[in-house]
Write a protein that binds this ligand. Sequence first.
Ligand SMILES: [Fe+2]
Ligand SMILES: [Fe+2]
Length: 298
Amino acid sequence: MKQTEEHSHLKEDRAPLEEEQAPLKELDQWDDFVATRYRQGKSEEEFRNYKADADPTVTEFYRQNHKYQTLDFVLKKKAEYCGLNRGKKSIWEMAEYLNTLVDDSDPDTDVTQIEHLLQTAEAIRKDGHPRWFILAGFLHDLGKVLCLYGEPQWAVVGDTFPVGCAYSDQVVFPEFFAANPDSDKSEYQTQYGIYEPNCGLDSVHLSFGHDEYIYRVTEKYLPEEAQCMLRYHSFYAAHRHGAYRQMMNEHDEAMFEWVRKFNPYDLYSKGRERPNTKEILPYYRELVSEFFPDKIDW
Ligand SMILES: [Fe+2]
Ligand SMILES: [Fe+2]
């Protein structure tokens, strides 16, 4: 998605203008890269060779993400968005809005944003999981509307990682952290950085993106397991590779069982058949109104 003039007030938080602001042709290119990285049956060695699967636009995307996601940036974006003062909208209005994010994708082969949400939710439903779990599937990527608010791609998608402490080499492309200004701040580069041992992830700041935003918007309406699925679904270094355990407490460990249960539905939903939106929509309307009032704060 190309950035427009009307969003130029945000530009001090972005990559300098001489850099390409949106290296990915579409946000889904990042999701596709992650799905390829964790393709079922891949050996550990094949996995470690993920750079071979990353095309130059994906690599450029991670370069920007790792360079610009500083602790200061994260705190600023949380202050800007997590107070939820962008007005009231229903879940459905936001889903329709997200669907306007069409980029340069091929309409014949690429599913729309709503279709990805429905595919994920339907796969969860078919496996007989509880209604809140199905709902989490339907909601999990709605935070990508940040892109429509004018945020650069590197502040919307990408694997998330804690800021304010040493970077784990379990985060993809760890070499790009060298360009992050926080790398020069020794107080942020110890194992715990600004955090206490086993303080719990709730007090740890992760790089900002669609996970944190949709978690904040929906938290008071969802059970805690669903909140964690939304908030940590892109935190692959932790839920796939066991990194950052030193910050987690026992409660996080228990919740991450659910994050891990959720992850395959997100990763592998794309290969599934296109959902029959018309047929299943009534089910989802009922499901959404079971948990949410008509309008919520965004
Ligand atoms: Fe996501
Ligand atoms: Fe997703």
